[in-house]
Ligand binder design. Structure first.
Ligand code: NAD
Length: 492
């Protein structure tokens, strides 16, 4: 018995261009369930010509969309929120089926995405500008202008949440938006696209082009595209950022992560063990906020035993989902074997973990803990993107913080302690963009914005919250001069 949805027949996954679903003209690919290896859908990649049609339709739609008052642009978004809540269960099952998440994780990600919609719906009552008399008869005023056609390129691991970080705000402030979802998870994107159409977004306002790097290149080099938001691995984030900027576009590109969990000797054992295990095994470690490096300070190592026990009790298929594809599993199994060969102690080995028979064709790896890793080791510095926790034993908090600051990535750092002074010390000194205190996955909730530092983010600002309003708009400054006195008698 499986708890994950498998379609009765393979769906065809098409682009959403100009308000209609149309197939891409590139090569066909198959979308395969990470749980079972069974094909879920077929999809044609988009060519540069497909992208060009999508961009021109989005540009034509922008001319009308930008003129609507904010209140009217928010109407379809309010309807979309209602239908996402109504459809939360089937949509979560779709997300789980193609991404390998558990249905509960899929639902959690969707609800976080809906919080961004709620932030966008509040823009009507937020401060959207300002005006001031700067001298006699002269006033200065701010006005936010939309940019035009903008693009979001998203990863496989949050098929609904990451697109929802982007398009509700981008559309509400008056842009038209083209989503290029990961080619590994096109079904959830189309579910969102279908609901957006039904919610009343005019044709061309919200579009989807499927495909791989060919579609990305065509989007970021297209002269009518004004801004590029990207979320994915650091290597691709860096190149998309550089190419977008070279083409004169505004770009914000979020990358990968190697997040640290600093466990001090006075950490609460139950709370800490649960938070650490949830952090490195949730979404099978395939999330950019997963804790993957535990810095055990002095007697903090005592918590390794309860952490190991709890992680070993997780059942694959129900308690933890699957890796996205075979290649990911092979990469991780290879990395664990390399670690073992290099003298790292494999405290918990997920390579032989068992799964229910129905999931035998899937991509499974159980929770794995690598102890006595050194700070220079690849497992301390490289993102593995799986349920693997590397442990470095350090004598002092300062030694842990030194490793934290040397980390090439800067998404998240959490400290586990019962001391407010220790917590504050870490908050002040950590180099990551998001810091947790006794929280294993310190994702800020709306309206606090999401974004890291160092290799975890290329560009300025954050992807959600008030900074996203800045990213998706130009701030126009208007200075007006008026006669000091009005003589018109017809006014009174
Ligand atoms: P990925 O970089 O392989 O793909 C991301 C997107 O880029 C996809 O749409 C893909 O089609 C496209 N792409 C891939 N290679 C490309 C290339 N050479 N040129 C142009 N486009 C290309 O990432 P992924 O495997 O889908 O997702 C996992 C990664 O995303 C992890 O590194 C994870 O940490 C990161 N991530 C980061 C955040 C964050 O907020 N910082 C959030 C989620 C995921």
């Amino acid at each position: 018995m499986t708890n994950v949805w498998i379609p009765e027949q393979q769906a065809d996954c098409e682009n959403l261009i100009g308000g209609s679903f149309v197939p891409g003209s590139g090569a066909q690919r198959e979308i395969v369930s990470p749980y079972t290896g069974v094909p879920l859908a077929r999809m044609h990649d988009s060519t540069a010509a497909d992208v060009d049609v999508a961009v021109h339709k989005a540009q034509a739609a922008w001319l009308g969309w930008r003129r609507l008052p904010l209140r009217e642009r928010l109407e379809p978004l309010a309807r979309l929120r209602a239908s996402l809540l109504e459809q939360a269960e089937p949509l979560s099952l779709t997300i789980a089926a193609e991404s390998g998440k558990t249905p509960a994780e899929a639902r959690g990600g969707l609800l976080r995405g809906i919080e961004v919609i709620e932030f966008a719906l509040g823009l009507q009552s937020a401060d959207t500008g300002g005006a001031l008399d700067v001298s006699r008869g002269v006033s200065c005023e701010y006005r936010r202008d939309a940019l035009g056609v903008v693009v979001g390129i998203t990863p496989f691991n949050f098929p609904a949440m990451v697109p929802l970080w982007m398009f509700p705000i981008a559309l509400s402030v008056g842009n038209t938006f083209i989503l290029k979802p990961s080619e590994k998870v096109p079904l959830s994107a189309n579910y969102l696209g279908d609901l957006a159409l039904r919610a009343g977004y005019p044709p061309g306002v919200f579009s989807i082009v499927h495909g791989d790097r060919v579609a990305v290149q065509a989007l970021i080099s297209h002269p009518l595209v004004q801004a590029v938001a990207f979320v994915g691995s650091s290597q691709v984030a860096r190149s998309v950022y550089a190419e977008s900027a070279a083409a004169g576009k505004r770009a914000l590109c979020l990358g990968g992560a190697k997040n640290q969990l600093i466990v001090t000797p006075d950490a609460n054992p139950e709370l800490t063990a649960k938070a650490v295990v949830d952090s490195f095994t949730g979404c099978a470690g395939q999330r950019c906020m997963a804790g993957s490096l535990l810095l055990a300070v002095d007697q903090g190592v005592r918590l390794l035993e309860p952490i190991k026990k709890l992680a070993a009790s997780i059942s694959l298929g129900n308690g933890m989902g699957a890796l996205i594809d075979r290649a990911a599993r092979e990469r991780l199994v290879g990395a664990i074997s390399r670690a073992e060969a290099s003298g790292v102690e494999v405290l918990l080995d997920g390579r032989q973990a068992r799964v229910p028979a129905a999931y035998a064709g899937g991509n499974w790896l159980g929770p794995t803990i690598l102890d006595r890793v050194t700070p220079q080791h690849e497992f301390a510095r490289e993102e593995l993107f799986g349920p693997v926790l590397s442990v470095i034993r350090v004598p002092t908090l300062e030694a842990a913080l030194a490793i934290e600051r040397e980390n090439p990535y800067g998404n998240a750092t959490s400290v586990f302690t019962s001391s407010g002074a220790v917590a504050r010390h870490v908050v002040e000194r950590a180099s990551s963009g998001m810091v947790g205190v006794n929280v294993g996955v310190p994702v800020p909730r709306e309206p606090f914005s999401f974004g890291g530092t160092k290799l975890s983010k290329f560009g300025h600002g954050d992807i959600t919250g008030p900074a996203a309003v800045d990213f998706w708009t130009d701030l126009k400054k208007i200075t007006s001069k008026w006669a000091p006195q009005v003589d018109a008698t017809w006014m009174s």
